[in-house]
Design a protein around this ligand. Structure first.
Ligand code: 6FA
Ligand code: ABL
Length: 536
């Protein structure tokens, strides 16, 4: 059956898009390469201590850190070399859940947005109405395991930071800190899945097709006629057609969308030529005179981030999250299983902060920090108390000028071709300044010891030696930047009916962890697409 709209990918971008298009009465197909996630979507992957409930690993915020330590990690995309979620919800099914209502900076013409996008407030309001976010995720309204927040607040106050409820004033991002805010409901992960997907899936005019991968769009020059999937049972050749005025919307993420475009003959010729050389993908390309040369994969950014690890006598490192899956603290497990309250209602972060800096190029750049109990890696030969460890991750956010490139290799794997961190040395200087300003106040917090880097290493040497792969923040944007690859209505340039609505069209780093900002972007994008003449 032909569809008015085919939405490829069910991450934050795709779920908002599919929900709003189906709400408008369009005949929509939402197609996702992965399977279920949250319990209500059919997910069933859970630890023994949650047997008998419908709470999965994905529902349970306190299991977040086990995403990185589980041998059976079926949720990661195996054909993308960095972390990306390949299941219902995309990254939102497996991420830390941090949820920031966007400041005006996130859609400012100063950061690459067309002027027509600057008034994001109606769209931010739509998102907030669906999911406001909470800094008291436990159903009993209490906060748990807050020692790392208290210690970090003590470190920030002497530097002039003030304590705010972050989402009450999204534009306040200079010398502020507040409790971590999550896109959770009822003590469970919610994000776009328990909101937008939940309403979309009830509509008869929306079909959802999981476990099906889109390989390329099928096109006749600039007109897209359908999508080609990996499931050849569909139509005998895997092709799902559009109605005559139909449209395809790619929401396959910052790595997934460029790959579909390359495989459709859209992008730089070095990438499309790799597709041409592939025995499976090559024959599916349109003839070479129909290739469309666009800078797909260029202008990419991700926050460079550096971890500082500390010990403090007040900290409960929660066994560095090592036991939460197989042998959780019994009282906490029981409490969560009973009424979704307690430690397990939070993901690992406990406090977030921001501060503005002006670099020697006179450009303003912001740092963001996230504090949590535990640590991913510790490098010290000094003795330390492992039960008292906490991490502050410091990110460079809005204003980052470094850019990289995303592409594919000859095996059609998606990967960063040029890392986007510190290609501009001033980014590095500003992040180093931010780290040094935090470290400077350690003596003001009684009992606080930095163990990574330790007292044998300067912060500068630590930053200089930091491995690029560890600087990845999983916040990739820009590979199909608006104005470069898509137009103001998110339509791919030189095509009639192909659109992109996901993190890849965002031209520069949002202020915070980006999922809510991506969804606000998608609210605005889908409104523009529906208003655009010529569509079904
Ligand atoms: N963002 C936040 O705001 N807060 C956080 O705490 C946070 N944490 C993390 C985190 O801990 C990790 C480990 C990662 C990887 C990301 C985090 N992020 C966080 C970032 C946030 O999750 C991403 O920025 C956000 O999910 C990006 O949304 P998009 O809609 O642009 O893209 P996704 O990758 O989420 O979704 C793409 C979907 O398309 C997936 O479901 C994928 O399976 C599907 N797909 C891809 N290719 C496809 C194809 N060819 N055919 C069909 N489906 C396809
Ligand atoms: C995010 O936005 C980041 O993308 C994640 O990297 C981050 O989680 C979450 N939010 C929570 O702040 C971290 C984990 O806490 C680490 O244990 C893990 O090593 C790291 O992600 C991997 O990138």
């Amino acid at each position: 059956v032909p569809y008015d709209y085919i939405v490829v990918g069910s991450g934050p971008g795709g779920l908002v898009t599919a929900d709003r298009l189906s709400e408008a009465g369009k005949k929509v197909l939402l197609i996702e390469r992965g399977g279920p996630s949250l319990g209500f979507t059919g997910g069933s992957y859970q630890p023994d201590w949650l047997k008998g409930t419908n709470l999965t690993k994905f529902d349970t915020p306190g299991l977040f850190e086990t995403m990185f330590s589980d041998d059976n990690s079926f949720w990661w995309c195996k054909d993308i070399t960095v972390f990306a979620g390949c299941l219902l919800g995309g990254g939102s099914a497996i991420n830390g859940g941090l949820w920031w209502l966007p400041p005006d900076f996130d859609f400012s013409p100063n950061y690459g947005w067309p002027r027509s996008w600057a008034n994001h407030l109606p769209y931010s309001a739509k998102l907030k109405a669906r999911l406001p976010g909470t800094d008291t995720p436990s159903t009993d309204g209490k906060r748990y395991l807050m020692q790392s927040a208290d210690v970090t607040a003590q470190l920030l106050k002497p530097a002039g930071y003030t304590n705010i409820t972050i989402n009450n004033s999204p534009n306040s991002k200079n010398r502020v800190y507040g409790y971590s805010t999550f896109g959770f409901l009822g003590g469970k992960r919610a994000g776009p899945i328990a909101t937008y997907y939940k309403s979309a899936i009830t509509r008869k005019n929306l079909s959802y097709k999981p476990n099906t991968m889109v390989l390329n769009v099928v096109r006749n020059g600039s007109t897209i006629t359908g999508v080609k999937t990996s499931d050849n049972v569909i139509g005998g050749n895997g092709v799902i057609p559009l109605t005559p005025k139909g449209r395809v919307i790619l929401s396959a993420g910052s790595f997934g969308t460029p790959r579909i475009l390359f495989r459709s003959g859209i992008g730089p010729s070095d990438m499309v030529n790799l597709v041409k050389a592939d025995p499976v993908a090559g024959p599916l390309l349109p003839p070479q005179q129909q290739w469309i040369n666009l800078p797909v994969g260029h202008n990419v950014s991700d926050n460079p981030s550096i971890n500082l690890v500390f010990t403090h006598p007040s900290i409960d490192a929660y066994d560095n999250w090592a036991n939460v899956w197989s042998s959780p603290r019994p009282v906490d497990a029981e409490q969560y299983a009973t009424n979704q309250s307690g430690v397990f209602a939070h993901a690992s972060p406990r406090l977030n902060f921001w501060r503005a800096y002006t670099g020697r190029d006179k450009k303003v750049r912001y740092i963001q920090g996230t504090a949590r109990p535990g640590a991913a890696s510790i490098t010290t030969d000094n003795p330390f108390n492992a039960t008292q460890i906490m991490t502050i991750t410091v990110y460079l956010s809005t204003g980052v000028t470094s850019r990289g490139r995303i592409g594919i290799d000859a095996a059609m794997k998606a990967l960063p071709l040029v890392d986007p961190w510190f290609t501009d040395p001033i980014d590095k200087e500003v992040l180093l300044q931010g780290l040094n300003d935090i470290v400077a106040n350690i003596p003001k917090v009684s009992g606080l010891t930095m163990i990574t880097p330790d007292n044998t290493t300067t912060v500068k040497d630590y930053v200089d030696a930091y491995s690029p792969a560890s600087m990845n923040s999983n916040h990739w944007v820009g590979s199909c930047s608006i104005n470069h690859v898509v137009d103001q209505n998110t339509k791919v340039l030189s095509t009639n009916n192909l659109f992109v609505v996901d993190a890849s069209i965002i031209p520069s780093m949002p202020m915070g962890n980006p999922q809510a900002s991506i969804m606000v972007m998608a609210e605005q994008a889908v409104a523009k697409i529906l208003a655009l003449p010529g569509g079904a």
